[in-house]
Design a binder for this molecule. Structure first.
Ligand SMILES: [Zn+2]
Ligand SMILES: [Zn+2]
Length: 147
């Protein structure tokens, strides 16, 4: 019988939240479990998270639009070895770049969790799941949508 390895969640210490004017609406949305993405109010392109202006038209007129949280795995890695002691018990975990449905020019760096490692692939369809930390920060993570 072969053991099925499941992608775990990395420990909270791994991610330190720093917000600024350009990311605060995003993190406030996360608190409400709503994925809010920055979009240019002038040319309607999505804006890179953290950018102060649209790289297409240089407008600073950024609007925040709600997203369904559905997307695809654009790339991923599997971390199997605990590089720091606090990671013991949290491996394997899967850092991934998520391409969100209908969104061009903005990708999220996150984790794929609660999924057999062998099921995760580039192009796998995922949807957002929220992780509420004790310090009031909520992080978007992604699980596979089973066909
Ligand atoms: Zn623009
Ligand atoms: Zn544009």
């Amino acid at each position: 019988m072969s053991e099925i390895e499941i992608a775990k969640a990395p420990p909270d210490e791994l991610f330190q939240l720093e917000t600024d004017t350009w990311t605060e609406p995003y993190w406030n949305g996360c608190k409400d479990h709503i994925l809010k993405l920055p979009k240019c109010g002038d040319c309607q392109h999505y804006v890179e998270l953290g950018a102060s202006h649209c790289r297409h038209c240089l407008s600073q007129n950024i609007e925040w639009v709600e997203h369904s949280g559905k997307g695809k795995v654009y790339s991923f890695t599997i971390v199997r070895f605990p590089v720091i002691p606090s990671l013991q018990g949290s491996v394997p975990y899967v850092p991934a770049v998520i391409e969100l449905e209908g969104v061009d020019g903005l990708r999220l760096i996150s984790n794929v969790i609660d999924t057999p490692l062998s099921d995760i692939d580039v192009g796998s369809e995922v949807c957002v799941h929220w992780h509420d930390r004790n310090d009031g920060v909520s992080l978007p993570r992604f699980k596979l949508i089973k066909p």
